[in-house]
Design a binder for this molecule. Structure first.
Ligand SMILES: Cc1cc2nc3c(=O)[nH]c(=O)nc-3n(C[C@H](O)[C@H](O)[C@H](O)COP(=O)(O)OP(=O)(O)OC[C@H]3O[C@@H](n4cnc5c(N)ncnc54)[C@H](O)[C@@H]3O)c2cc1C
Length: 457
């Protein structure tokens, strides 16, 4: 037998990334016959991807999916390799000889570029930076969002934009009970924001808002919610888009009801602005205003595009958050579509040109783009695992023993975190949370994690 050849003949699959797409894939692989061992590699100390670092802290009901992931994580054939950045600490090529197949599930962590003149001014933030700061992502420990100006603008018409507007408006005593990161809580508690604009380049019918999130924002105590009634006067194409689409009709009814709603005795307001595109940010060092250009919609129903009219407006503000989506990042030596920000796949197999690369798969936001909810990744994972299981008999067996992988990482001084160690962090976060009357107090900095392990190893 060749040195390093694995003695155990079990089927082995590695998954890179530990968000929902990864855990749902692991679950289906662990259920399969013959038995498969699943190794999940995660660059952070902590699993669960955007469920921990994206989903809004005041949406704890959504985070309950973690209970399902915990069960998967405790399976005897599941192994968590936390704190291993694949592509940096170890390449995909170096991982391949250890596994029958590798699945890439690294999400979409790069903000889509909406680069405006004045983008560099203090007070301009990308949505991913904002939500990562709120959720205590270790890469955003030094991020700071100043909420001292009375006017904030959120650019974008998706659910993340609604999450951000809601967080800016939510009473701090409610946020305090969640797992929000301490610096974000402090900044939001001192907030002087009185007006929040939510800007969309198209009309109210073309938003991607979900009905529950929209209802939540109009129900915020002490906040009036406004819309210009002229934007509800729809063109024939928008009326056609509404026709028969119940979800859109429900969202539209919410906007219509706002027009005649009695206002609450408060100076605070959330204003939905439609048919406006940001063109420039004004200011010296800090943001002073956002210049918006009015649009009209052109094109057939379902394909309407905003066209600038040349008419502009300067909106004074001190905080701008750009929420226009994100995309995946490339892996060296793996194909990548820079235009769409995804790893190209066909039937979930990674393809190079029109040929699939044996043993390599991609799933979740890195494969399908940054759209869709946690439940969508479950469906994608199921399909991908079906494809992989069909391919397994024809895939070559691993050449190397996993012990060699651990020693390889140790020689690079990479301290791998296993699932039991993660559970210890988890318990400690919840314990500290209980002490302070909240869901959990998150470990954030590298020091938080390393000093905990020093004490408990
Ligand atoms: C702000 C925000 C709020 C959202 N809110 C909701 C919501 O309320 N409800 C809902 O259903 N959906 C919500 N979603 C959508 C949901 O989060 C996604 O559908 C889902 O997380 C996508 O899963 P994923 O596994 O593809 O990616 P991710 O969840 O992003 O997981 C990717 C993982 O890969 C890891 N990784 C990346 N690169 C490497 C590497 N090189 N090596 C090792 N690991 C790596 C990352 O650290 C991360 O843990 C939200 C999304 C965002 C952005």
């Amino acid at each position: 037998m060749k040195k390093g050849t694995p003695k155990d003949k079990s089927l082995r699959v590695a998954i890179v990334g530990s968000g929902p797409a990864s855990f749902f894939s692991a679950r289906d692989l662990l259920k399969a016959k013959p038995k498969i061992t699943v190794d999940v590699f995660e660059k952070l100390y902590t699993p669960y991807g955007l469920v921990r670092y994206g989903v809004s802290p005041d949406h704890q009901h959504t985070k309950k999916v973690i209970k399902q992931f915990e069960k998967i994580g405790e399976h005897e054939r599941f192994h968590f390799w936390g704190h291993v950045n694949v592509g940096k600490d170890i390449s995909i090529d170096a991982l391949r000889p250890f596994y029958h197949a590798i699945i890439i599930a690294t999400g979409a962590e790069v903000d889509q570029s909406l680069v405006l003149p004045g983008d560099e001014l203090s007070g301009v933030h990308a949505s991913l930076a904002f939500v990562s700061w709120v959720n205590g992502h270790p890469d955003f420990v030094d991020h700071h969002v100043d909420c001292s100006h009375p006017t904030a603008v959120v650019i974008g018409n998706g659910n993340v934009a609604l999450d951000i507007a809601r967080l800016l408006a939510k009473p701090p005593q409610e946020l305090k009970r969640t797992d929000i990161a301490e610096p974000a809580l402090k900044a939001l508690a001192k907030s002087r924001i009185q007006t929040i604009y939510v800007i969309g380049r198209r009309g109210p019918v073309q938003t991607s808002f979900r009905y529950p999130e929209l209802c939540e924002i109009i129900s915020l105590p002490d906040w009036n919610v406004e819309i210009d009634p002229r934007h509800l006067d729809l063109n024939p194409e928008s009326l056609e888009e509404l026709n028969g689409v119940l979800i859109k009709q429900k969202v539209h009814a919410v906007f219509q009801n706002l027009v005649n709603r009695k206002s609450v005795p408060s100076n605070k307001k959330i204003v939905f602005r439609f048919l406006q595109s940001p063109v420039k940010i004004k200011g010296e060092k800090e943001v002073e205003a956002l210049v918006l250009e009015n649009n009209i919609l052109k094109g057939r129903a379902g394909k309407q595009r905003p066209e600038p009219t040349g008419q502009t407006e300067s909106l004074p503000c001190g905080l701008i958050i750009k929420s226009i989506g994100s995309q995946g990042g490339p892996f060296s030596l793996l194909p990548f579509n820079t235009k769409t920000g995804v790893i190209p796949t066909h039937d979930h197999r990674i393809i190079d040109g029109d040929k699939s690369i044996p043993g390599l798969y991609a799933v979740g936001w890195i494969a399908g783009g940054a759209k869709g909810l946690i439940g969508h990744t479950k469906r994608q994972a199921k399909e991908m695992v079906q494809t992989l299981l069909g391919d397994l008999p024809s895939l070559p067996s691993p050449e190397l023993d996993l012990k060699n992988l651990l020693s390889l990482l140790q020689t690079k001084h990479i301290g791998v975190i296993d699932f039991d160690q993660w559970k210890k962090i988890d318990h400690e976060e919840v314990r500290r949370g209980l002490e302070q009357g909240c869901v959990r107090k998150k470990f954030v900095t590298q020091k938080d994690f390393s000093s905990f392990f020093e004490k408990h190893s």
